[in-house]
Structures are given as structure tokens and as C-alpha cells.
Design a binder for this molecule. Sequence first.
Ligand code: UGA
Length: 447
Amino acid sequence: MRIAMIGTGYVGLVSGTCFSEFGVRTICVDKNAEKIERLTQGRIPIYEPGLEQLVAKNVRAGRLSFTTDLETAVDGADAVFIAVGTPSRRGDGHADLSFVFAAAEEVALALTKPTVLVTKSTVPVGTGRRVREIVAKARPELEIHVASNPEFLREGSAINDFMRPDRVVIGADSDKAVAVLRRLYRPLYLIETPIVTTTRETAELIKYAANSFLATKITFINEVADFCEQVGANVHDVARAIGLDGRIGRKFLHAGPGFGGSCFPKDTQAFVHSGREFGAPQRIVESVVKVNDERKERMAERIVAACDGSVDGKTIAVLGLTFKPNTDDMRDAASMAIIPTLQTEGATIRAYDPVGMTEAATLLPGVEFGADAYAVLDGADCVAILTEWNEFRALDLDRVAAALKRRVIVDLRNIYRPVEMAAAGFDYYSIGRPAMRSGEQGKATKK
Ligand code: UGA
């Protein structure tokens, strides 16, 4: 089979590469000539574990290629996927669909034979129908089947998520479209991946409902964490115990500084807006958006409080800048809300992140960067752990203690055990667990 993937952003590049790994001849198209040139040389614009090797392997095998020439790429393709960006429109939460519609029209005009046109970008309900109208107007004589095939990839584990998904969702109103998509995903039959076949509107809604539900779960446990802090309870134990109930499930119950990234903030907002538009307000998700935004704003206060109420003239060592580990993505990261606030309040910020510093250097002016975690600690008044990278989980605590001016750690990802940190001589503050002062003995706090 042969496909074209329009857009070499995160979703397009990962999906295109993984389809080629499935044995499908894939041409990835982008208007950005410089990006295509770099990809052709094997240089990957994003940090995603395993992606560079997989691209190289499939390019070598002749199954994967990159071009700016949309017309040639879509010619003769069994399916054309649209994976262009849908940014939030400035000022309101609507997804900006102009790139999707422009791509659909351009593809329709270039096609020479009946084809399945698939939206992979996350798009509000009804977008598929509008795409259908656009292509029907552009090429009334040609049979173009429009389908929706949302992705559920997580940054940092996207290849595994594509190769071993929990499910594949196909939204289409023609048997031809379903048949072509089923053939493309055939390698997944071996691992018995459930394939949900439904209407386009339902498929579009599934994607928003999934992300909004996960964002709700996180926000729920974050508010429970606040409650725990007020009464001396431990949110880890709460999350574990409620998560053991199969109806609730253990995943996405890790309390932290509030969700970020390129998907949850944008998708929850878009869901809220389209819900209102269609007369079905999503009031729970509306609260989730508000609570999460406020939470992020408040996180800097925790660091200020741990520094005896003021960070003026103090040095804060920040470990982790990206919105989560195994990505260089800084979009809506906790660091983006916390660091500028601390700077405004007079703090000097020294930061280290395993892969995010290049991106952070342009986004966070005035931050001094270190070569590793230890390089930012010397003489600092407080350490703030903002991202749970593995390399921060087993720091040499004696070395950390010796380097700091004041042994204060604010761990917004709960990667250490409070008792252990107190025993190691730190004042340790985390999320939803009792704060522990240096030398204190924990009672029932095991985690
Ligand atoms: C998310 C979804 O998990 C994917 O299924 C989806 O395909 C993707 O959005 C998308 O729409 O493209 P991603 O944004 O890469 O993936 O990251 P997640 O691992 O879901 O984390 C999102 C945010 O939630 C991060 O800020 C993370 O720190 C936070 N989080 C996650 C928590 O605070 N607690 C948790 O228990 C889990």
C-alpha cells in the first residue's frame, strides 16, 4: 500500500514513520522546505526516543521519504492523511482549522484517482463533514472518501503507543474508507488491537472525550492532594487505594503541578468551546480548565513559601524544564509559569534539563543553564524539581546537601520519599504529602 502524510509535525512524523515500519510506502509532505531538507538528511526536528533510528531504517529500506511536492506525493496514494497543526486561536479556545481545510482542498485538487482522505489532526466535531464539503466542491467528479482516525500518542512513548495501541478508532461513512484503514492497520491484528469503527462525528468526539477525561482525572487528584495537605494525609496512598478499584484505574492519578503539554490544555479548551457551540456545555471540563490554570499560577507560591516567604536575592536551582520527561517540548510546561514569577520576585534561576535547554533558552530569558543537575546547585537557597526525569530520581543526596546554601527541596513531582529526604538533612516539600523538616521522623508516611 502507499500513503501520503501531510504535515511533518509530531503526529505526522511519528505516524508516517510507524506506517512505513508496518511495510506501507509512505511519503511525508511539508511546506517547510528547510524541515524537509533536514529530514531527508536524517535530522529529526523533535526529540522522541527511537524516532531517529526508525526514520533512518525505513528511509534505507526505501519505504519512507520526504518531500515538499504534495501533488506527486498524493498521486496514486491509497490514503492521504492530514496531520497538520490545529493551534488554539488567540484569544479564544477554538481550534484553528484553516491549515486542515487548506490541506484538504490542495489534496483534492491534486488527486488523480479515488482515494481515502483521513484527518489525523485533532479536530472538533463536524470538521470531517466540512472537509467532505470542501473536497466535494473542489472535485465533484472524483470519489474521495473522508475518514477520521484520531491518534492517542503520548510524547516520549509515541512509537510504542503507535505500534501497541490500546485501540484504533476509525470514523467513516463508507465501507471503502473502513476497508483501506483496516488494511493499513493490519499488522495490529496480530496483537489483537481492538478496532472501533464508527461515524466520523463519533470518532472526532472520542479523541476530545479521551483527553478531557484524562485531564479531569489528573485535576481531580490534584485537588485531592490539596485536601491531603490540609489534613496531613498522603495523596499517594489515596491514589493507590482508589486506583485499585478497577472501575477507577491506577493510571493518570499522579498529583503534580497541573497538566501541560501541547494536547491537554488545547484540547480541553477546544472541547469546552465546541460543547458550548453545540448547546451541550461541558461544565466539568470547564472547571478542569479553570482549576488547572489557577493551579499552575499558584505553584511558584510554594517555592516562595519554602524560602521563608521571599525569593528576593535568592538563587533557585530548577531541575527539569519540559512539560514531562522524554520530550524537549516546553509548551504549557510548569516551568513556563513558575520561573518568570520567581524572577519577577527577585530570584536568580539556575536550571538544568536533559534535553529541554535549547528550547528553554529562547523561552525563558535570564535563566542560567548548567551542564548537569549538580552544576546548578552550588550555593542555591532551594532546589525545585519541576519535571520527573529519571536522572533526578537517584541524585547523590550527600553531594546535593554539600552544594546547597540552604537544604530546601520543593519536589512538585513527588519523586522522593519525605522520610528519606528529612533523614538526609533536607526540608522537603512535595505535593499532597506532609512536608518534612530536616531530621524529622515520619509516622505513617511511607512514600
Ligand atoms: C496526551 C495523551 O496522553 C495522549 O493519549 C494523546 O494522544 C496526546 O495527549 C495528544 O492528544 O496528542 P501527552 O500530552 O504527550 O499525551 O502527555 P501525557 O503523558 O498525557 O501528559 C500530559 C500532562 O499531564 C503532563 O503535563 C503530565 O505531567 C501530566 N500528568 C500526567 C500528571 O500531572 N499526572 C498524571 O498522572 C499523568
